[in-house]
Design a protein around this ligand. Structure first.
Ligand code: APR
Ligand code: PHB
Length: 395
């Protein structure tokens, strides 16, 4: 088989790039390790910045997102010192970002839209591709092999995109002496519950509480998503639905606990929190994008949004290569992408540090954390910084 660009990974990054490139007449093939049902069974975060939404529209798959997604102009931070304001303070994203908002639309739905758009254009997406292996990346004739049952299939291409997530094969194909990895693992995880209940608040509530962080989020007016910080050793078996709701109620302001509609969980999972960056994001003809190159803790909803700029830079760089024989964008890709990636890392680390309970903190650290929050809530400059990062820095 042949394609201009072979994309490893059929998550949102790989699908979006393949769709954008095909609309420009650049031929792609996507190799995905799992079935479509499996990919669409994953529950991930649901807050999109407008730069990402704009790319979805350019890829001609923004229609349902625009119809069903909710524009949010702000969110709340609940904390122990907000007793005067009902236990929480409002962050006015719209005001402090100079008129921007975020779009609440589930990543699972977005991935479904991308698959349907790929189907409509007759895009090549191979599912259950086993043993995907990128080869000869440091030559100008790279190829990718994969196994379909007993058959080994070879895809000859000009460029390989590694969009196969944190556990994928692409990053591991870069020689160890070339790749540098930066990582911080946090001493807790998030236990998440999805329930078919009316959300407790029209806007998200991030809760800083001495028992640990909690988040009230939503997918739609009938689908809620809630999280609580839990120790890393915990498993979902340790948390019955009743225990989850009881703990969530302890961590949110009283009025929110009173208004919380509980129900049986339709999904329950624990995700560890990690910050991770691999540098460089290019090796020869291989370009890494999205979770394959970087991971953020979910606190600032930067995960998918951090992938968006990679896709944007790669998309434009590949158009320049194919339409103008200009390699400047490809040559600058790693440095440009990493500059924005690190800003998303900084913001996610900051918001995680601000709102969680760190088991090994000394009393001094706790005081500084309280002061950081008090400063944020009292300073327009700090609020503007939070808002501009949350709605998404420019690409
Ligand atoms: N070969 C082929 N495909 C693979 C391989 C492999 N060896 N390993 C993993 N994959 C597939 C996964 O099954 C998955 O569908 O690559 C895809 C990667 O998708 P994601 O992990 O979703 O990563 P990405 O597309 O970069 O999405 C960005 O933003 O909100 C965050 O983590 C969240 O998924 C989200 C990410
Ligand atoms: C979610 O709805 O899953 C969500 C929202 C905001 C976050 C993280 C996760 O910061």
């Amino acid at each position: 088989m042949k394609a201009d660009v072979c994309i490893i990974g059929g998550g949102p990054s790989g699908l979006l790039l393949s769709q954008l490139l095909q609309l420009q007449g650049i031929d792609t093939i996507v190799l995905e390790k799992y079935s479509r049902e499996h990919v669409l069974g994953r529950i991930r975060a649901g807050v999109l910045e407008h730069g990402f939404a704009e790319l979805m529209r350019e890829a001609k798959c923004g229609e349902r997102m625009d119809r069903e997604g909710e524009n949010h102009k702000g969110f709340y931070i609940a904390h122990d010192n907000a007793l005067d304001s009902g236990g929480m303070d409002h962050v006015d994203l719209f005001k402090y970002s100079g008129g921007s908002t975020v779009l609440v639309y589930g990543q699972t739905e977005l991935t479904r839209d991308l698959y349907e758009a790929r189907d409509r254009l007759g895009g090549k997406v191979v599912h259950n591709a086993e043993d995907v292996t990128p080869r000869d990346l440091d030559t100008d004739k790279p190829y990718v092999s994969y196994r379909d049952g007993d058959k080994v299939i070879r895809v000859d291409c000009q460029y390989v995109i590694g969009a196969d997530g944190f556990h994928g094969v692409s990053r591991r194909s870069i020689p160890k002496d070339v790749l540098r990895e930066y990582e911080r693992v946090y001493p807790f995880g998030w236990l998440g519950v999805l329930s078919r209940t009316k959300p407790v608040s029209p806007e998200l509530i991030y809760c800083k509480h001495e028992r640990g962080f909690a988040l009230c989020s939503l997918r739609s007016q009938v689908l809620s998503r809630y999280y609580i910080q839990v120790p890393l050793e915990d498993t979902t078996e340790d948390w019955s639905d009743d225990a989850f709701w009881a703990e969530l109620k302890r961590r949110v302001p009283q009025a929110i606990a009173d208004g919380l509609i509980t129900g049986s969980s339709i999904e329950k999972s624990i995700a560890p929190l990690r910050s991770f960056v691999a540098e460089p994001m290019r090796y020869g003809r291989l370009f890494l994008a999205g979770d394959a190159a970087h991971i953020v803790p979910p606190t600032g909803a930067r995960g998918l949004n951090s992938a968006a700029s990679d896709i944007y830079y790669l998309y434009h760089a590949l158009i320049d290569r194919y339409k103008k024989a200009d390699d400047t964008g490809l040559d600058a890709y790693s440095a440009r992408a990493l500059a924005r990636v690190w800003k998303a890392q900084r913001f996610s680390w900051w918001m995680t540090t601000l709102l969680h309970r760190f088991p090994n903190n000394i009393p001094y650290d706790d005081k500084l954390q309280q002061t950081e929050l008090a400063y944020l809530l009292s300073s327009e400059a700090a609020m503007r910084s939070l808002a501009e990062n949350y709605v998404g820095l420019p690409f």
